[in-house]
Structures are given as structure tokens and as C-alpha cells.
Ligand binder design. Structure first.
Ligand code: HDD
Length: 701
């Protein structure tokens, strides 16, 4: 599917009202091959710059219906934002099945290798309002609409495989706790405050999820470099009606990358739209992000044997126990035409599953299946929201649902009921042949009670398993994150209660957080069920242990000073592009720098507006004059020190000593600060930036 080449004529002044531009050039007036402006009802508009008035300076007339209509529509442009996941961004794509799963599911999307299904994905944060920022420490929504030929399948997942709560009835409480506090209206887009940690510390079932939330998973480098999970146990049902349990996974082809917290804080200031811009730019240049869809398939016997209840959304199944089988690839290859029409109006609902996919009795999933339909009506204002283009199935739709606001379908014929005998109008339920075309005939028994299964009661074992599966660097990040977040809680008892819970996860973790807060280590809280102490680590849970050796999808910030060696600049830019990365030229001024061959290299960014937090690695190339100028430029010094303090790989070529000294780094440079030989290809630097950050860098040297 081709991507729209984006052309923007930002450089053209908006045409003045008489059709002549500010610079005197004439603009093509409407009527040629450009459409005539009309009202919403098709009436041509003769003047969109002046309201109708009595005399040149008289009052505006109420008979100016064009004015009235324009302002009327404007006043009603906003719709309610999502109550959670308000801030999101999306793109269209296609899913291609790699192998038939017909033996375990009749879902047509998995019928045969090579089968393609159109998709739409919306990524989101959870807590922040629509206008908040991308790099909040937060869960990321990963909602995928598959327009299958048997109806839409909405896999409404997150980038974390478990959740805070086990029963959907607690969801409003969870959201109220994490959102801005009602008596003051802040802080928004963050969990670092009293009400969230009060709730989390009083709800030990949330502990596993808070470990993930305090890990680097919650500050992803890009939507393209994060995993996705369906979280719940679902069912696959084949044509014979046999059911298997299944959990869904998204594995990014680029592998996973995260930022560090201090970087996230600065990115939110420098570019609040960091993630959406990354996705927009990648698809625009045809660098289409891809994820492998994976499934963990298991049966009742496994579910009965497993240490935890597969209906408990605070638990996962380690990949080392049930491997993730990749069954297809999703490629996001088309931007939206209009963010409101598509990203804001898309309506995901967990209850949308095609035949062959069904639900388990996971109480969180059961509750979600109720909530999403409800919320779409609130947001989109009509029961006919499924007729909006972004929500409309790509397969035949036939039913006798009638009328409702904004009904777009003509719905011809006399019969609006079933059964009916009118010829040509009958559209009855499908002839259900094989058992598999029905919802799974689950056997249910027991009394109607409000009760939590005892099999849900172990809230610490898997939290511990996640922690011990992290590399030391990632464990340190988790300790620092809890310390930062609990440090924002004004009420000491809340901090203490949370650390008491963490003692049931890992003593070093709890002690590290207590020390970071300079508070005494509290007694461990009493767990609801004795945790299964030492589950084996699950290496799949670490980002760093699984990061891919590639610079693809990442960005090098190349700070260029006057006199930089022209050939070296050219070689480096070419090599980074060849490695699948982006090399963005930064200079003191956006006008650029004069290179050693006296050519002018324009910059994409001025260094004062492009701190190095926007880049995965940096390089500096400059001549002696340029080096002195950069050394005097505070933003250039910060460019270097931030990159150093964020453990990034740094390339230094030409006369950079003055800048390095001005940044206070002369005697701190380490193995990941590589000299760039202006005469050579610098393969060492290029292979180093494909690797991990210099996590063992001694920032206090
Ligand atoms: Fe939810 C939106 C994912 C628990 C009720 N949820 C929403 C979105 C995502 C998720 C990705 C944004 C969809 C979009 O981009 O439009 N939600 C999850 C996951 C959960 C989860 C992975 C736990 C495993 N959600 C959850 C519960 C409830 C809801 C327990 C209520 C019982 N979620 C909603 C909602 C939202 C929503 C209120 C708000 C906006 C919307 O539905 O469309 O219905």
C-alpha cells in the first residue's frame, strides 16, 4: 500500500484575502481545478475573510448564515476524550499470516499462509490527557483492529503483559487513583503522587504490574521498539469445536529499546510529541515498522498444572515454559489522512472477536467486554459509530438494527425484523455447521457470589520473577524509579506501606528504595498467600538481555561545526543511513555550517532546539574555528554532557578538544567515546552505536 508523500507548503505565505500573496504573487483562485469553497450544505462561499455587516464599520448582521454555520461547527468540534488512553496515535497497516492455524482455530485471519488482513493500530499512554506528552512513565496501549473477512477483531492490548487489577470492578478506582487528584487537578500524566501509590500499596495484587511500570518498559524509545500483549487468556476454537487457550504477543522486528528517566523528562520538554513524530517520520520515509504476532497456546491440562491461575490478569506464562510461536507479521505502512477522523474516532472493543476466537472467564476481560461499547457511545455520540470509515468492517454487514443518530445506511426494504418472508430481504443468522462456529460451550457451575478465587492470591512471586530476570542495570533503574515516584508522595505512610510490600518481592529492591528515600526499612507486609519463593528467572523479560545489535530505527545527532571535514561528514551520514538509521545534522544555527571544502551544510536542527536526548547516539565533527564556537555555546556543551550522562555512545572528530573541555569531560571520556578519524570509515563507531549504551560508564569519575 503506497504511502502518501507528504508535501507541505509551509514556506508559502497564506494568501491574503484578495488572492494576492503577501509578496505580491497571485494565488490560483478557486474555480479552476481547485474546488470552490462551500458551506457544509454545498452553497458556494463568496468571501471567507469578512463577516457580513451593515456598512464598512457597522454591526455584524444576524443574517450572516455562513458566519453562523462556521462558528457553530467550530464551537462543537471537540468530543469527549477517552477516559483513559486519551493520548494516542495511530496508523494503518496489514497483517500477513505466516502459517495456517486451522488445526486450532477457524478464524479466517489464520486460515492460510500468505493471507493478508488490513489493520489499524492505535498506540497510547493511559493516564495523561489528550494534550499531555509522549514520554510519560506509563503503560502504553497497543490496540489493533483487524478488518477480517468475518468481522472486525479488536486485540486491545498494552505493552505490558499483566495488569494492575484482577477484577474489572476495581478499574474506576485504579483510574481515579492514577489520574490528577480531584481536589487540585494535578499531577496529570503520571503515577508519581500520593493517590496512586496509596491505592497500589493497599492493593498488593498490583505489585507485579508496578514492577513493570517502574521498569524501562514504561519509557519506551519508540512505539516501534516496544512489545505488545493481549494480556488475557483467550480461546482459539477450531472447526470441530475444540478449544485451546491462547495468549497473544507482539514482538517488534527492531527489537526493544528504552530511554533513561532523566532523558524522558527532558524529551517531554524538547519534543512532547516524540513518539508520534517518530512513527510519522518512519512511515513517511517508507521505513515501515513491523511486529511479529506470537501466540502461546496451551490446554486445560497445562492450565490445571500451572503455578498460577490463567484467568488472573496479574500473571503471565513465562516464554521459557510455553514458547511464543510467531504466526504472522504486521506492517504499519500508511499514515492517517486525518488524526481526528481516524485516531480519535477509532473505536476498539474487546468484545469484537471473529468466529474461532473467544473469551476465557478472566474477570478483567469479562468486565472489559462490558465497558468498551459503553464508552464508545459516550465518546462518539451515536450507536452507529461502527459506520465511521475507520470502524467500518471490510466485509458484508447485514442486520435489522435500525435508525439511531447519524444512520448512514439507506436500509431499504419493508422488513426490519427476522424471521421474515419478504423475498430478497431475508438475512438470517448463518447456518452454523461445525460446532466451532459458535461461542465455546463453557461448562459453568457454582453459587452466585462476590468472591475472589484463592488461586489469585499470590501477588509477589511473579513480581519477584520479573525483578530477578532483569540485568543489574535494569534492576537499578527499577530501584531509582520507585525512589523517584515514592519520593513524590507527601505522606510517609504511603511510602512505607509500598516498601513493606516490596520486601515480599526482593529484599535488595526494598532496601534500595528505602535507602534512596532515606527512610527506615519497614516490616514486610503480610502476604495474602505465601509466595512461591524463587521462581526461575525468565530471560525473555529483560529488554537489555534481548536488545538487537542494530542501529536501524534509531537516530544519530551529528553536531557539525565550521571547518568540519566535508568527506568525513558525507561518509558518516551515508553509513548511518545504510545501517537503517537516521543521521540528523545539528549546528549552532539551523542555517548550518561551512565545511572544509567551503560548502554550506544546512542543519535540520539548531543545537539549542535539539538537545541530545532526541538522539540515540551523537557525533561531533568540526574544524578548529567551529570547535571554539561550539565550546562557547551552552547548548552545545549540554549536547555533549547530556549524551554522556545518558550513557550514550559519542563520536568525536576534528577539533573537538575545546568543546570536550568546556563540557568538563576531558578526563572522563571512556571506551564509548570514540575518536572519528576524518580520513577513514569509522567502522568501529558504526558498530558500537548498533550496540547497547555504555551502561557501566562511571558518571562520577
Ligand atoms: Fe482498557 C481503552 C487496554 C483494562 C476500559 N484500554 C483502552 C485502550 C487500550 C486499553 C489499549 C485504548 C484503545 C484506543 O486506543 O482507543 N485496558 C487495556 C488493557 C487492559 C485494560 C490491556 C487490561 C488488561 N480497560 C481495562 C478495564 C476496563 C477498561 C479493566 C474497564 C472495565 N479501556 C476501557 C475503556 C476505554 C479503554 C474505558 C477508554 C477509551 C475506550 O475504552 O475506548 O472502555
Amino acid at each position: 500500500m503506497p504511502t502518501k508523500k507528504r508535501t507541505t507548503n509551509h514556506d508559502a505565505d497564506p494568501p491574503a484575502h484578495d488572492g494576492v500573496g503577501a509578496g505580491g504573487e497571485t494565488h490560483q483562485r478557486a474555480g479552476g481545478d481547485s474546488p470552490v469553497m462551500t458551506s457544509a450544505h454545498g452553497v458556494p462561499i463568496e468571501d471567507d475573510n469578512n463577516s457580513l455587516r451593515a456598512g464598512e464599520r457597522g454591526p455584524t448582521l444576524m443574517s450572516d448564515h455562513a458566519f453562523r454555520e462556521k462558528l457553530f461547527h467550530f464551537d462543537h468540534e471537540r468530543i469527549p476524550e477517552r477516559v483513559v488512553h486519551a493520548r494516542g496515535y495511530g496508523a494503518h497497516g496489514v497483517f500477513e499470516c505466516h502459517e495456517s492455524l486451522a488445526d486450532i482455530t477457524r478464524a479466517s485471519i489464520f486460515a492460510s499462509a500468505g493471507k493478508k488482513t488490513e489493520t489499524f493500530v492505535r498506540f497510547s499512554t493511559v493516564a495523561g490527557n489528550l494534550g499531555s506528552f509522549d514520554l510519560a512513565r506509563d503503560v502504553r496501549g497497543f490496540a489493533t483492529k483487524f478488518y477480517t473477512d468475518e468481522g472486525n477483531w479488536d486485540l486491545v492490548g498494552n505493552n505490558i503483559p499483566v495488569f494492575f487489577i484482577q477484577d474489572a470492578v476495581k478499574f474506576p478506582d485504579l483510574v481515579h487513583a492514577v489520574k490528577e487528584e480531584p481536589d487540585r487537578g494535578f499531577p496529570q500524566a503520571q503515577s508519581a503522587h500520593d493517590t496512586f501509590w496509596d491505592f497500589a500499596s493497599l492493593m498488593p495484587e498490583s505489585t507485579h504490574m508496578t514492577l513493570w511500570q517502574m521498569s524501562d518498559r514504561a519509557i519506551p524509545r519508540s512505539f516501534r521498539m516496544m512489545e505488545g500483549f493481549g494480556v488475557h487468556t483467550f480461546r482459539f476454537i477450531n472447526d470441530a469445536g475444540d478449544s485451546s487457550f491462547v495468549k497473544f504477543h507482539w514482538k517488534p522486528v527492531l527489537g526493544m529499546q528504552s530511554v533513561v528517566w532523566n532523558e524522558a523528562v527532558k524529551i517531554n520538554g524538547a519534543d512532547p510529541d516524540f513518539h508520534r513524530r517518530d512513527l510519522f517520520d518512519a512511515i513517511t520515509v517508507g521505513d515501515f515498522p513491523q511486529w511479529e504476532l506470537g501466540v502461546q497456546v496451551f490446554d486445560d491440562a497445562f492450565a490445571d498444572e500451572f503455578d498460577f491461575d490463567v484467568l488472573d490478569a496479574t500473571k503471565l506464562i513465562p516464554e521459557e515454559i510455553i514458547p511464543v510461536r510467531t504466526v504472522g507479521t504486521m506492517t504499519l505502512n500508511r499514515l492517517v489522512d486525518n488524526v481526528f477522523a481516524e485516531v480519535e474516532q477509532v473505536a476498539f472493543m474487546t468484545q469484537n472477536v471473529p468466529p474461532g476466537i473467544d473469551f476465557s472467564n478472566d474477570p478483567l476481560l469479562q468486565g472489559r467486554n462490558f465497558s468498551y461499547l459503553d464508552t464508545q457511545l459516550k465518546r462518539l455520540g451515536s450507536t452507529n459509530f461502527s459506520q465511521l470509515p475507520v470502524n467500518a468492517p471490510r466485509c458484508p454487514v447485514a442486520h435489522f438494527q435500525r435508525d439511531g443518530h447519524m444512520q448512514m445506511s439507506p436500509q431499504p426494504g419493508r422488513a426490519a425484523y427476522e424471521p421474515n418472508s419478504f423475498s430478497g430481504e431475508y438475512r438470517g443468522p448463518r447456518e452454523v455447521g461445525a460446532q466451532g462456529q459458535q461461542p465455546f460451550p463453557d461448562e459453568v457451575e457454582g453459587q452466585t457470589r462476590r468472591v475472589r478465587s484463592a488461586s489469585f492470591a499470590d501477588h509477589y512471586s511473579q513480581a519477584r520473577q520479573f525483578y530477578v530476570s532483569q540485568t543489574p542495570v535494569e534492576q537499578e533503574h527499577i530501584v531509582l524509579a520507585y525512589t523517584f515516584e515514592l519520593g513524590k508522595c507527601e505522606i510517609p505512610a504511603i511510602r512505607s506501606r509500598m516498601i513493606a510490600n516490596l520486601r515480599n518481592v526482593d529484599e535488595d529492591l526494598a532496601a534500595g528504595v528505602a535507602a534512596g528515600l532515606r527512610m527506615p526499612l519497614p516490616e514486610a507486609s503480610v502476604p495474602a498467600a505465601e509466595p512461591i519463593r524463587d521462581l526461575p528467572p525468565s530471560p525473555a523479560l529483560s529488554i537489555l538481555a534481548n536488545a538487537k545489535e542494530t542501529f536501524a530505527g534509531r537516530k544519530l545527532g551529528l553536531l557539525v561545526g565550521d571547518g568540519a571535514d566535508a568527506a568525513a561528514v558525507k561518509r558518516l551520514r551515508k553509513a548511518v543511513t545504510k545501517a537503517g538509521g537516521i543521521c540528523e545534522v545539528v549546528a549552532k544555527a539551523v542555517g548550518g555550517a561551512t565545511l572544509s571544502d567551503d560548502s554550506l551544510l544546512e542543519a535540520t536542527q539548531a543545537v539549542a532546539g535539539a538537545p541530545s536526548v532526541l538522539y540515540d547516539a551523537i557525533a561531533v565533527l568540526t574544524g578548529p574555528d567551529g570547535g571554539a564556537v561550539l565550546a562557547d555555546e551552552p547548548a552545545a556543551r549540554d549536547f555533549l554532557t547530556d549524551a554522556f550522562n545518558h550513557y550514550k555512545v559519542i563520536g568525536l572528530g576534528g577539533a573537538t578538544d575545546a568543546l570536550v573541555a568546556a563540557a568538563g569531560l576531558s578526563d572522563k571520556l571512556d571506551a564509548a567515546c570514540l575518536g572519528l578519524d576524518t580520513a577513514k570509515d569509522n567502522t568501529a563507531f558504526l558498530s558500537r552505536i548498533a550496540g547497547p549504551r555504555q551502561w557501566d560508564r562511571d558518571l562520577d569519575a
